[in-house]
Ligand binder design. Structure first.
Ligand code: FE
Length: 358
């Protein structure tokens, strides 16, 4: 009898212990589940970007402060980010892609990496010519591809158009980077759109004949070569002049101070422009947050800061450019939809190969 009662008490202890343990573990499970629910409630947006400026980081921070949406940023080379998006497919974490050149944004669209966005705010902020025809990407900042000249050797009154750069008077005087560069491909793509294939080819051929040297180096290297006396004129993007003027490298500052900025084709078809822009990825998991960030970046407050960080022109026409850009004067731009730069890219590359633009 005694033995039995001990056994019963032992069993009871065991049962209570088991119950207690079960209770304990079930509380742990509950708290784990709560944590997970809270995590999934945290509002985020994941951004792949080729931009790497402090001002962009400040901007994203103020977006988080305003909306409570955290922005996770993956920085990388433009083409690598596009390849990564393609490789990741529907498993990608990226909700947004920011990259330079309408030609490249078009490439992302053609690879079916982007999707159309419905947003009145975006349509209001970004003019029609600076966005994709199906609203798959939107320009955020604008740059001009201009002519810079040696201030000590060239009278700007001798400059007029891109076409004039093929005039024999500039033989051996023109500096420009390789045709493998997308900026040049987009430039030629714009000429195909505006003047037709034949004229575009004539231009490319004429320019090769006037080159000061075989194409090498980036845009900045062309300005450096102008100041070093290798040639008199260079084709380059406006923001590089701004960056060089404000560089911590005194050599770059000196180069920028010795070149003048000229906007070609002011009496004819306008200066070639391009954009750095943003697109919503096809498999975005945080679509609403992503569109909020797109709207924020195209808005007045962000545009001012966004453009100033890289000496670019704001895409939103309500915003004035920075003082430096204003000092270069207003200019007439080409009047084409930038989607055409992507559409004409293959043809442009073909022409470059045909005329031997290295
Ligand atoms: Fe660039």
């Amino acid at each position: 009898m005694k033995k039995r009662s001990i056994l019963i008490s032992l069993s009871l202890v065991l049962i209570f212990s088991l119950l207690a343990l079960a209770g304990c573990s079930s509380t742990q499970e509950t708290s784990g589940a709560t944590e997970k629910a809270e995590e999934s409630k945290e509002q985020v947006v994941n951004l792949y970007t080729n931009r790497h400026y402090d001002t962009d980081e400040q901007l994203l921070q103020s977006f988080t402060e305003e909306t409570g949406i955290k922005v996770n940023v993956v920085k990388g080379d433009s083409d690598e980010l596009i390849e990564r998006l393609a490789r990741e497919g529907k498993d990608t974490e990226a909700d947004l892609l920011i990259t330079a050149d309408a030609g490249r944004l078009h490439r992302a669209k053609k690879k079916e990496l982007l999707q159309s966005v419905v947003s009145e705010g975006l349509l209001e902020n970004i003019p029609e010519n600076l966005r994709d025809e199906e609203n798959q990407w939107f320009g955020l900042t604008v740059r001009g591809r201009v002519v810079v000249y040696a201030k000590d050797r060239v009278n700007p009154s001798d400059l007029s158009t891109y076409e004039d750069l093929t005039n024999p008077k500039w033989k051996g005087k023109i500096l420009v980077r390789s045709s493998s560069n997308l900026y040049n491909q987009s430039l030629l793509a714009s000429f195909i759109e505006i003047n037709g294939e034949e004229k575009a080819k004539e231009w490319a051929k004429g320019l090769v004949e006037n080159m000061a040297r075989e194409p090498k180096g980036n845009d900045r290297a062309q300005a450096t070569a102008v100041v070093a006396g290798e040639g008199n004129l260079a084709i380059m993007n406006t923001y590089y002049v701004g960056k060089m003027l404000n560089s911590s490298n005194p050599e770059e500052v000196k180069v920028a101070e010795n070149v003048g900025v000229f906007f070609p084709n002011q009496d004819t078809t306008g200066t070639h422009i391009n954009v750095s822009g943003i697109g919503l990825t096809k498999h975005a998991k945080n679509k609403e947050n992503a569109i909020k960030l797109m709207e924020f970046l195209s808005g007045e407050k962000a545009q001012k800061q966004f453009a100033e960080g890289n000496y670019e022109y704001p895409a939103n026409p309500k915003i004035e450019p920075s003082e430096l850009l204003k000092s270069w004067g207003e200019f007439k731009t080409q009047n084409i939809n930038l989607s055409k730069l992507g559409e004409n890219n293959t043809k442009a590359v073909e022409i470059f190969n045909e005329v031997g633009w290295k």
